[in-house]
Write a protein that binds this ligand. Structure first.
Ligand code: ATP
Ligand code: ZN
Length: 226
């Protein structure tokens, strides 16, 4: 099956913290979705829109490579991908159409509750576990603190207890996960929300017309929730 080039392609997270809110937003915009399990593509029934259901980490790249027209992703993942791609000399253009009112979280440093911590300088030369090495490095460089990055794509919060790292840099919303793992949040290094982003590839007028219909509806939904 090939993608119909005339339909607006939007990448959203298949399952995770952003997927329910994304689907609610699209539904609120009047997009009728036929979301069957285990499908990469879902076609809207009443508008020329195709959804790509993928891992959130893949969304910025799909937009920056022009594989999809729009994407919904956390600014944390967007900014991390941007820095990584710029460092590797890969295409990294996109524009933010709208900052959304969900997916709020912060990327923070945290240390063990019984660690001797008196500011970020305490982490000089230490090992920090994270899934966000570029955002972490940018912050530590800005503070003039040298450290060793331990890359983990999951279970970051258990790294100190496992003796794999001295501190972590991970996403936090309530702080309950940190507390459950005997950790305390010390420094917020990045604040994030979900954003709607658009590819830098020029769009056909028919696709632009669909975006022009969606955006005011998203705006209306957000105002109604304020
Ligand atoms: P995937 O399988 O798609 O890779 P994931 O496990 O990487 O999923 P989720 O945990 O579903 O990702 O988080 C997706 C996004 O939700 C995060 O990148 C972030 O922008 C946002 N988010 C909001 N609150 C939190 C939180 N407390 N912890 C983690 N992410 C959060
Ligand atoms: Zn992910």
């Amino acid at each position: 099956m090939t993608l119909d080039q005339t339909r607006l392609r939007i990448a959203i997270q298949k399952s995770g913290r952003l997927s329910k809110e994304c689907q609610r937003m699209l539904k609120g915009c009047g997009v009728k979705l036929n979301l069957r399990e285990q499908r990469l593509i879902a076609h809207a029934e009443n508008m020329p829109i195709d959804l790509l259901l993928v891992r959130d980490d893949d969304i910025p790249g799909l937009v920056m490579d022009g594989v999809v027209d729009l994407g919904v992703v956390g600014e944390n993942v967007l900014e991390e991908t941007l820095m990584e791609r710029q460092a590797q000399g890969e295409a990294a253009d996109y524009s933010v159409l709208k900052r959304l009112d969900f997916g709020g979280c912060r990327l923070s440093l945290a240390v063990s509750q019984d660690a001797d911590y008196s500011g970020v300088n305490s982490l000089e030369g230490k090992r920090i576990a994270t899934s966000y090495p570029w955002l972490l490095k940018r912050y530590m460089d800005s503070q003039g603190v040298k450290f060793k990055s331990v890359m983990l794509n999951g279970s970051v919060e258990v790294a100190p207890r496992a003796g794999v790292a001295d501190a972590i840099c991970d996403l936090v919303s309530t702080g309950a996960t940190l507390e459950a793992n005997g950790l305390v949040e010390t420094d917020v290094i990045f604040r994030s929300k979900a954003v709607l982003i658009q590819s830098a590839t020029p769009l056909a007028a028919s696709k632009q017309a669909v975006i022009d219909r969606l955006l005011p509806r998203i705006q209306g939904l957000q105002q109604a929730r304020e």
